[in-house]
Design a protein around this ligand. Structure first.
Ligand SMILES: [Zn+2]
Ligand SMILES: [Zn+2]
Length: 300
């Protein structure tokens, strides 16, 4: 292994090796150039050395360029007879670079999301700062969502921003609500936590929180029972049959998902919680156990 963390073939031996390999502006530019060449369609392109060198925004000799290029071959790039292309892992790295996760600061001034607080009826607003995206009340201290998001979330069409935020949150929530880590795809531990056992902001917001955590990467989420059941097939069809598509309605508008007014403890040994939702004079009841598995359904 060379003095700056290797090169050659195979994965870096440690995170330090990987970051050391990338700690160079020319190597980052090579990854960006190959990623840009990919665009949004088709297979990852292979660029011949001369083409890669011409496209890269660098001001160094070809020999020096080749030196840095060869450091990336193996861990981040595939070298073939035709040229070079990003490995799949490096495609993720390229996207992270473009998302600005590590190199950009961005913030969004609080702006209304078009719905009122389920507790005090003041406007709910969204705000983004220091990579935290918060959906919360503009008057009281209720928060409906608090998640990390890359600075690029504020880019692009501002009119569609709220819809994109909603779908971004759902993508994070869906994997977690189904028991899989959205970061590392590991299985999650599930616990029901009484609000009184929680410390910190928002602890008094719900009587019971669903806490799901990944012991592999440390990611975790707290959510209501209603939000954890948002993609239950009976719940989705119950609302859909009564004129409400809960897969498209912004989550902050869904009272059953943002509060626990519709959740009751029906047994403690073993734990049984009931979520009861109403629409059009009908009621759907889902009873879950301590792992959030639905053990009873009463459909109208
Ligand atoms: Zn409020
Ligand atoms: Zn994880």
């Amino acid at each position: 292994m060379s003095d700056d963390g290797g090169g050659g073939t195979g994965a870096p031996q440690s995170p330090g090796d990987a970051f050391a390999l990338l700690g160079n502006e020319y190597r980052a530019e090579i990854i960006r150039t190959l990623g840009d060449a990919h665009g949004t369609e088709g297979p990852r392109p292979v660029l011949a050395f001369s083409e890669l060198y011409d496209r890269a925004d660098v001001d160094i000799a070809t020999s020096q360029f080749n030196y840095h290029l060869q450091k990336l071959v193996g861990p981040f790039l595939e070298g073939t007879d035709e040229g070079y292309r990003l490995r799949h892992g490096a495609v993720e790295l390229y996207r992270t670079i473009l998302a600005g996760t590590y190199i950009r600061d961005a913030s969004l001034e609080p702006f209304p999301v078009g719905a009122d607080c389920h507790y005090c009826e003041a406007p709910i607003e969204a705000r983004y700062d220091d990579r935290r995206l918060v959906i919360g009340c503009s008057a009281c201290d209720r928060e409906y969502s608090d998640t990390t998001a890359p600075p690029s979330i504020g880019d692009g069409d501002r009119d569609a921003l709220l819809a994109r935020i909603d779908q971004y949150l759902r993508h994070r929530i869906l994997a977690f609500s189904k028991g899989a880590c959205s970061i590392c795809a590991n299985g999650l531990d599930t616990r029901l936590l009484p609000g009184e056992e929680l410390a910190g902001a928002g602890a008094n917001q719900l009587d019971v929180f669903v806490h799901r955590s990944c012991d592999h990467c440390g990611a975790q989420q707290y959510m209501s029972v209603g939000l954890a059941l948002l993609y239950d097939v009976d719940l989705v069809s119950f609302f859909n049959n009564r004129g409400l598509d809960v897969t498209e309605t912004p989550i902050w508008e869904l009272e059953f998902a943002m509060t626990d007014r519709h959740v009751d403890t029906v047994a403690t040994e073993p734990t049984r919680l009931a979520l009861r939702v109403e629409r059009g004079g009908d009621e759907l009841e889902l009873v879950v156990d301590g792992d959030l598995t639905v053990v009873e359904r009463s459909t109208p």
